[in-house]
Design a protein around this ligand. Sequence first.
Ligand SMILES: Cc1ncc(COP(=O)(O)O)c(C=O)c1O
Length: 355
Amino acid sequence: MFKLNVPGPNAQALIARDKKVISSSYPRGYPFVMDHGKGVEVWDVDGNRFIDMMAGIAVLSTGHSNPKVVKAVQNAAEKFLHISSDFYHEDWVRLSEKLDEIAPFEENAKTFLTNSGTEAVETAIKLAKYHTKRSNFIGFTGAFHGRTMGSVAFTASKPKYHSGFYPLMPGVTHVPFPYEYRPVLERKAGEDYGQAVVRYIEEEIFGHNVPGDEVAAILVEPIQGEGGYVVPPATFFPDLRKLCDKYGILLIADEVQSGMGRTGKWWAIEHFGVEPDIITSAKGIASGLPLGACIARDSVMTWSKGAHGNTYGGNPISCAAALATIDLLEESYLANAAESKCDIHPLARCVARVL
Ligand SMILES: Cc1ncc(COP(=O)(O)O)c(C=O)c1O
């Protein structure tokens, strides 16, 4: 019988070296030491071969080392590796134009590029504060939005993410995510769980605690990822949108995990027929190159010169990888995801990403 030898001797040696010099904060849940990958397959340093069911960590929207992405990266690298964000370059503009084209807004979109998902969320938080001149937020239990000091204040999937880091960013109130199968709120007769959660925000939170007209934004994953791949009831987002409109609150959809075609549409929020004001993206956007994006309605991204910036945003290699990734998604992978045969709720297909 075939017996898997993992970690093999080469992997064991590397894991021992890793322990000595790499931050002890990484969970390092599995003893897999990568050697190389191709498509959906990966090989470890002892020659063991696996199917990567995790697409890296929900990142490899076009598979490992897709030749078209590799070529785009090589071509970009030969031209230049960096240019200050005080200047311009074409792929940065082309990518932002493409994101404007696929953004889930009728209105034009403007984009701020980052290096990661958490930075995209930080950008959205800052933009919401700046634009609304308000500083309170609503987040959801079970949510994951990242680990930097702003994003982690919203992350509420495990207490470990907060332990040792208090005080967190003030002004964030968490409410239950509309998880129909594990409800924690009472429903009124005739009400579904999505409606119950929105009513709870208005009656209990705005009614007793945080004034609704002092809330800058509601930050929410259209489908919770780390929280357990939770798809909210169809009523939830339309009702949440109405609540936001009533109080002048921005709706931020964190699509770092659920976006970039993963559910068969560019953005998971599109399944609910609702337009957010801001979306955040990362992970699948550049097939593994570090890139994030905060994409906002033109009328929301109104901050002034110097209000926000970065050194590596718009990195030419990441932009080239993202443009190739979006081409591939458009050519075939988006349709693959939409057609995937799956008996579960169509939105929950995001767990079975099709490469
Ligand atoms: C929904 C969501 N938002 C934000 C993040 C943070 O992204 P990053 O790890 O690139 O900072 C993640 C990462 O898993 C995520 O799933």
